[in-house]
Write a protein that binds this ligand. Structure first.
Ligand code: ADP
Length: 438
């Protein structure tokens, strides 16, 4: 808009200056033409005097008078002056013509006086007009650039101001996840669209939280309800196994019942923990935990669950300052998380050696679990923390896809992270990091 306005101003000013210059040139040309038509010298000089005294000369002013019938004079002028043919055509048909040339402006017309007819062509250079136009051009270009700079700076500033509340909403919404679903956006007192948007988001979060609660309660209740009958089944199976003189097929069937019901028990316990750790709330039984001691206990438990496993604890990078190994957390849950990850490493590497290294830096304690197993395909690595997801190369291994999501939830509850690096048929490295207490 500023550019078109500048162009419009320039064209308008140019039209107006050249029109007024043509008019000034025509007035002078008229006087010279009339002077040429006077029979005596004194009358002619009156015309020249008037022109001289009242009008003055224009820069580079020249007049060419062509008397009637002097066609050779006209063609001589035609050859000398840089005027296009259209000028002479207008002069012939309309009896008047104007031409704005690069070096001069030209006017031409016919004058009738004293019973005689002359044609006059006059030229002059509009020095002041051209100067003014050049100044105007400079002014418009500078004005345009300054205006653009202003528009750019102010529009950036205002757009920042206008979108600030939206940026705040985006930032806040990005931070809301399953662990802090109770958080809400600040709606504020205004009744504008932003407040409306925040209120709509809050409504949506209310609905999500209710659904999430319902789903979690369902999983919790169902797991609880499964527990008692499962305990009864395993108890009865154990009783059956302990009976003497039972035929072999019967005791083998009792053993199968016991094994499968234990698996089912482990599954329901994991599902219950998954549902419970999905929320921030469960903070009872939190205290000081030493990660190296915890890993030792996990290793001890592993011996019972999986005798002859290849788990080796690596102390090479243990920090000198023992305080760096202390975290605040729930010991039982932390054990569950590490057991799940280490059991996976044993399971998916068919009991090959698994190294568990404990390290620490300034503010984090790290446990690195490395196996030489089947690995996780690249395209699926992003989904291994999704409940019930199992990678495509695990068909021959038993599992439910609950262990890692549970471990991840536990890590998040402790403000920790779990990172995975893996290569198919080479191995997998899980790095668990927790903020240390000191
Ligand atoms: P699952 O009961 O199937 O082991 P998890 O939740 O513990 O369930 O693990 C999810 C998926 O992550 C597994 O199915 C497997 O595909 C992959 N995974 C986890 N740990 C390993 C590992 N150490 N090596 C290869 N794949 C693994």
């Amino acid at each position: 808009m500023i550019l078109s306005l500048s162009i419009f101003i320039y064209i308008f000013a140019f039209e107006s200056t050249s029109r007024s210059f043509f008019h000034r040139l025509e007035v002078r040309s008229n006087i010279v033409g009339h002077a040429a038509l006077q029979q005596n010298q004194s009358r002619s000089s009156i015309y020249y005097d008037i022109k001289e005294k009242h009008l003055g000369d224009l820069p580079f002013e020249k007049h060419y008078v062509i008397e009637e019938g002097k066609s050779e004079r006209l063609s001589q002028i035609r050859n000398t002056l840089p005027i296009p043919e259209s000028f002479y055509r207008d002069l012939k048909e309309k009896k008047a013509a104007r031409y704005f040339g690069r070096d001069s402006s030209y006017v031409g017309f016919e004058i009738y006086d004293n019973g005689k007819n002359v044609m006059i062509i006059s030229s002059a250079l509009d020095v002041y007009g051209l100067e003014e136009m050049a100044n105007l051009k400079k002014l418009l270009v500078i004005g345009f650039l300054i205006a653009m700079a202003f528009v750019f700076t102010f529009s950036r500033f205002f757009s920042k101001q206008i979108f600030q509340p939206i940026r705040m909403i985006i930032w806040k919404v990005k931070g809301i996840n399953a662990n802090n679903l109770h958080e809400r956006l600040v709606v504020g007192g205004s009744r504008d669209e932003i407040a409306h948007l925040s209120a709509t988001f809050n409504d949506m979060l209310d609905r999500l939280e209710i659904t999430f609660d319902m789903q979690n309660n369902f999983v919790s209740n169902a797991s609880h309800e499964f527990r008692t009958p499962l305990t009864v089944i395993s108890g009865e199976a154990e009783l059956g196994i302990s009976l003497r003189d039972l035929p072999e097929p019967a005791s083998s069937s009792f053993r199968t019942i016991l094994r499968e019901s234990e698996k089912l028990e482990h599954l329901t316990n994991s599902m219950l923990s998954l549902a419970q750790t999905g929320f921030d709330g469960k903070r009872e039984q939190w205290g000081v935990v030493r990660i190296d001691e915890l890993i030792f206990e996990v290793k001890g438990n592993m011996e019972r669950i999986l005798p002859g496993n290849g788990v080796e604890i690596n102390f090479d990078e243990l920090p000198e300052d023992e305080n760096k190994l202390i975290v605040i957390g729930n010991e039982t849950l932390l054990k569950v998380a590490f057991t799940n990850i280490i059991l996976n490493s044993c399971k998916y590497s068919d009991n090959k050696p698994v190294s568990v290294a404990i390290k620490a830096n300034e503010n984090r304690v790290m446990v690195e679990i490395t196996d030489r197993g089947i690995g996780i395909p690249d395209s699926e690595i992003g989904q291994i923390f999704v409940p019930f997801f199992r990678a495509s190369n695990t068909k021959e291994y038993e599992g439910y896809g609950i262990g890692l999501p549970l471990a991840n939830n536990i890590a998040k509850m402790h403000k920790g992270t779990i990172d995975v690096r893996s290569q198919v048929n080479i191995g997998t490295i899980f790095t668990v990091r927790f903020p240390c207490k000191y």
